[in-house]
Design a protein around this ligand. Structure first.
Ligand SMILES: *Cc1c(COP(=O)(O)O)cnc(C)c1O
Length: 458
């Protein structure tokens, strides 16, 4: 059957009612939250697009798996299932379960990085870079320049620039580069994919210099689906085949199960090298737990193993990408400024273009997120000057991009929900000229976006 956007490849067996609120109630809630969507109670939110992390809907098969948890302290059979899933689907020999993705990043950074090292990567991710730096490494962004341009329509904006990689090797020496951190897809670039040909080339160059390649596998299934849809030679391959091939050009990965694992908590470190695995197992007992459960319960490992198999279904992942694309297409058709091309997990509204009358230090993206909640109960997230924080002298960082992120959780909302989101953004765009900015009433010293409070400028 031909379709423009794939309908849900599942039906609804259990429902979770969500709050339908009045504008008065939302005004009250927003004031109470200091105009910060992070401070809203989820009970006051109608459609929650704050993040796609851990907000997935599990299948009946995963819920059934929860009842089969083997909570033995050692040698749980659910660990064996997780190990089988990692070996069969990703192709890595060893797996160390962790409480979530950053637990795996902590282990990997500690076992591989020496102070003074460099870790190149295709754009940073917050927790990934934090662990690299905590262990004394300097992060180097080696993503292609196109990734930094929100209007550039390159199909694989997550690609690594091999020239930048070679330059870094020439500059600091290969022995100072323990591994390349290759993220598939690139979250902070807007969920942009990496081409198979690029992954292959990066691995070849790395091997030539005896440098390892460690994948951030968090969104690997989204990446595989983009390869199937966009890269010549892959249209007839299965998602499973593409994922296996991607990982065949690497030495291990960190994984957050909260994303493409389709669970609510969990993650792992996967490795091929026996020595590195030995080191990881001696560290995991300090930070997480026994190597056969790490930071997870038996039942959670079972749900993750089952989620990984489900994630290989082309209908699951193409529906997900279609949902994101649907929202993007509706907004673009109405002339709404968004980051292009649409990536794997979210739509990013360009708040500078949306509210050009609001100077960046009066927080246009923060205000747009607040207005969207007020309008329809949709919760989004500011990714602009508030998230960027201040420099050492106390001045705002002024990021080039001032964005509002609409993140789509997996299997949670329908196209009708996305219509509400699109209609609401379009309505706001019609009234955009009337809107003014915000000012701080409370500004925390670090990670201010989580807990800052604001009031509208009159
Ligand atoms: C979420 C995420 C992580 C961190 O995983 P957590 O489970 O949140 O600790 C790492 N990398 C990417 C690309 C992510 O999206």
């Amino acid at each position: 059957m031909d379709y423009k956007y794939m309908a849900e490849p599942y039906k609804i067996k259990m429902v979770e009612p969500i709050a339908v609120t009045t504008r008065e109630q939302r005004e009250e809630a927003l004031k109470k939250a200091g105009y910060n969507t992070f401070l809203l109670d989820s009970e006051d939110v109608y459609i929650d697009l704050l993040t796609d992390s851990g907000t997935n809907a599990m299948s009946d098969n995963q819920w059934a798996g929860l009842m089969l948890g083997d909570e033995a302290y050692a040698g749980s059979k659910n660990f064996k299932h997780l190990q089988e899933a990692v070996r069969e689907l990703y192709g890595f020999k060893h797996v160390v379960p962790t409480h979530q993705g950053r637990g795996a990043e902590n282990l990997l950074s500690q076992i591989m990085i020496k102070p003074g090292d460099y870790v190149p990567g295709n754009m940073y991710f917050t927790t990934t870079r934090a662990h690299q730096e905590l262990n004394g490494a300097t992060f180097r962004d080696i993503i292609i320049d196109e990734a930094h341009d929100p209007q550039n329509e390159h199909p694989f904006k997550g690609n690594i620039d091999l020239r930048k990689l070679q330059d870094l090797i020439d500059e600091v020496g290969a022995e100072k580069i323990p591994y390349i951190c290759l993220a598939v897809t690139v979250n902070l670039a807007g969920g942009q994919p990496v081409a198979m040909s690029n992954i292959k080339d990066v691995y070849a160059l790395a091997q030539k210099h005896n440098i390892k390649v460690m994948m951030d596998a968090t969104r690997c299934v989204e990446n595989a689906c983009f390869i199937k849809q966009r890269e010549p030679g892959y249209a007839h391959k299965t998602i499973k085949e593409i994922v296996r091939e991607m990982f065949s050009y690497s030495d291990g990965c960190t994984m957050s199960g909260k994303k493409d694992g389709i669970v609510n908590i969990g993650g792992f470190l996967a490795l091929n090298d026996d020595d590195l695995y030995q080191k990881a197992t001696s560290l995991v007992v300090v930070y997480e737990g026994m190597p056969s459960y790490g930071g997870m319960t038996g039942r959670d490992m079972e749900a993750l193993a089952r989620g990984m198999y489900e994630s290989m279904d082309y209908h699951f992942i193409s529906h997900r990408l279609d949902q994101v694309k649907y929202l993007g297409d509706r907004l673009m058709a109405a002339g709404i400024p968004i980051v292009k091309p649409v990536g794997g997990h979210a739509i990013f509204l360009d708040a500078k273009a949306f509210y050009p009358q609001i100077p960046q230090d009066e927080f246009p993206a923060q205000m747009l997120a607040a207005q969207l909640y007020l309008q329809s109960g949709v919760r989004s997230m500011e990714r602009g000057i508030i998230s960027a924080g201040r420099d050492k002298d106390g001045n705002h960082h002024y990021p080039k991009l001032e964005l509002v992120r609409l993140t789509i959780p997996r299997r949670v909302y329908t196209y009708s929900h996305l219509d509400v989101v699109a209609d609401s953004v379009i309505d706001l765009y019609k009234e955009r000229e009337k809107v003014k900015g915000l000012r701080f009433v409370y500004e925390p010293p670090v990670l201010r976006f989580f807990t800052a409070r604001f009031e509208p400028i009159k």
